[in-house]
Structure formats: structure tokens, C-alpha cells
Design a binder for this molecule. Structure first.
Ligand SMILES: Cc1ncc(COP(=O)(O)O)c(C=O)c1O
Length: 281
């Protein structure tokens, strides 16, 4: 039985109970974070905590843990669950009120729930993941920069992809500007030039995206740019990659049923994924 953390203590998952009046349940009124940890090594802990704190402040959820307290929580869950490759989910809702009402209630205590869940290993040298994705008009809200637990829009997009036999969605604006996946950021490569959408309110500023950008900027052979990318450019790309904390960097070989580039994993991916792996793992 996995060990989880609820509010102020560690306990077995089956003993963790939350009120039905919790605003996380009633409204999706909360934020969350996923911190990946491979063989005891946390990837991007500080930026994950910073994004969590920004989410709390944007949603006015008063929860003032220090970096040290978050770090301790993540370490404890890693240790107590003893899973080699693990994602630590931290979920914070505004808390449970005494009735259901839209206004932010005063003086309620936020609910903190955290758990450990296995994630796939990441090793670009042995990884043989090849993803198929499809594109669709983005129908989510306009604050996708907040890592909110209100994920129904993302879930509906992901279901649409799965229903049609794809691994992930690629959502775009009504002007055909590429945004991101249902739970991942996107990178496209053309002629050795790597681009990713600008981190505005249409996408989540992914931590894996951020770490990969650092690596790309260091590389002398690759040109990198954050810019608006048209769907037509993604269709014409030599390579497409997606990034997320639970998947790291994965190559996409098929978009809307058509091969991306040659339809094989590209050389730019192979090189940068290896450099990224050496830097962070
Ligand atoms: C919508 C969305 N975009 C991008 C990402 C990737 O972010 P990160 O690299 O921080 O996991 C996620 C992760 O869950 C996501 O849900």
C-alpha cells in the first residue's frame, strides 16, 4: 500500500479521506505539481516549487510552505514509497467550506494531498518510444499558464486523441498557432533549427521545456528560438518532440496520420536527448 501525505501526516492511501465539500472536488479549485525522481534523483525540484508557489499566488490560495518544507515532503515520499522511477504529485485545493458557493471563502484551510506514482524510465539510448499525435482546435480556458487541477478541457482533448488511436493531442489557436499537448509541451525542428511556442497564457510553462531550452542554448550546433509556430510548419517539420516531467523528451513520428519528416526518430532528437540525459540524470 502506498504511503501518501494528507494535510499534516503520512498515512496509507486507503486511510486518506477528504470532505465531499472540498472545493477541489466541487469546483476543481486547486493547483498541482508533479516532480519526477529517477533513482532517487529529483529533476528540476526548485523550478517545480517556484511554479507551485506562483500557482498558489495566482489563485489566492494561502499556503505558505518554504522551499525546504516542500523539499522534505518530496524526499519523504520518495523514501517511504521506494519506487525506482517515481513522480511525486502535490495537489493543493482551497479547502472544504461549510456550503457550496462560488466566492473564495475566508478563513478556510487549504487541503494538501501528495502521493507517489511510478513513471517510466528515461534513457534516450535505449528508449524506443515513437509517438503518434493529432491536432485539434484548443478549447481550453485562457489561463493555461496556471497548473490548475481543473483539467476537464485537457482530458477531453486527450480522450479525442485516444479515441482516434493517437498517443497525444496537439492543440492550436483559431489562427492555427500551435500551443501544446494535453499534458506536454511541443518542440519542432526544421533544417537544424529548433523552435517551441512562446510561454504565454496559452501554454503551461513546462519545467522539462525549461530544462531542455537551457540545454539547447548551450549547444553550438543547434539554433533555437521561442516563437509562434503555425500548424502548417509542424506538418512540414523534420522532427517533433514533446516534453513533460513524466515522459521527459519523446519523439513524435506521426502527425495526423502522416509521417513527421522521414517517419523515424531524428538525429537532432538523438543528440540533444543524450546531452540532456548526461546533464540532468
Ligand atoms: C498542459 C501541460 N503542458 C505541459 C506540461 C509539461 O510540463 P512539465 O514539463 O512541467 O511536466 C504539462 C505537464 O503536466 C501539462 O499538463
Amino acid at each position: 500500500m502506498s504511503v501518501v501525505f494528507l494535510n499534516d501526516r503520512y498515512l496509507p492511501l486507503n486511510e486518506a479521506k477528504i470532505s465531499p465539500l472540498d472545493r477541489g472536488f466541487l469546483f476543481g479549485d486547486g493547483i498541482y505539481e508533479l516532480i519526477p525522481c529517477y533513482q532517487q534523483k529529483m529533476i528540476g525540484l526548485d523550478p517545480h516549487i517556484e511554479r507551485l508557489q506562483q500557482g498558489l499566488s495566482a489563485t489566492k490560495i494561502a499556503f505558505n510552505w518554504s522551499k525546504q518544507q516542500w523539499r522534505e515532503l518530496v524526499s519523504q515520499l520518495v523514501e517511504r514509497n521506494n519506487i525506482p522511477n517515481v513522480g511525486i504529485y502535490i495537489q493543493i485545493s482551497r479547502g472544504a467550506d461549510t456550503n457550496r458557493s462560488h466566492g473564495y471563502p475566508k478563513n478556510i484551510t487549504p487541503t494538501l494531498f501528495a502521493m507517489a506514482q511510478p513513471i517510466a524510465d528515461f534513457n534516450p539510448n535505449t528508449n524506443n518510444t515513437r509517438l503518434k499525435i493529432k491536432s485539434e482546435l484548443d478549447r481550453r480556458w485562457r489561463r493555461c499558464d496556471i497548473k490548475s487541477t481543473s483539467l476537464l478541457g485537457n482530458l477531453m482533448h486527450f480522450d479525442s486523441a485516444q479515441t482516434d488511436g493517437y498517443d497525444e493531442i496537439l492543440v492550436h489557436s483559431d489562427k492555427n498557432i500551435v500551443h501544446e499537448g494535453s499534458s506536454s509541451n511541443i518542440f519542432v525542428v526544421k533544417d537544424n533549427q529548433v523552435s517551441t511556442p512562446i510561454a504565454n497564457q496559452t501554454i503551461l510553462p513546462g519545467i522539462t521545456r525549461r530544462l531542455l531550452i537551457k540545454q539547447l542554448i548551450k549547444s553550438t550546433e543547434i539554433q533555437f528560438e521561442e516563437r509562434n509556430i503555425l500548424l502548417s510548419e509542424a506538418i512540414e517539420a523534420d522532427e517533433i518532440w514533446i516534453t513533460s516531467s513524466s515522459r521527459q523528451i519523446q519523439p513524435v513520428v506521426n502527425l495526423n496520420g502522416q509521417p513527421v519528416g522521414t517517419g523515424e526518430v531524428g538525429d537532432v532528437y538523438k543528440n540533444i536527448a543524450e546531452e540532456y540525459y548526461k546533464t540532468y540524470f
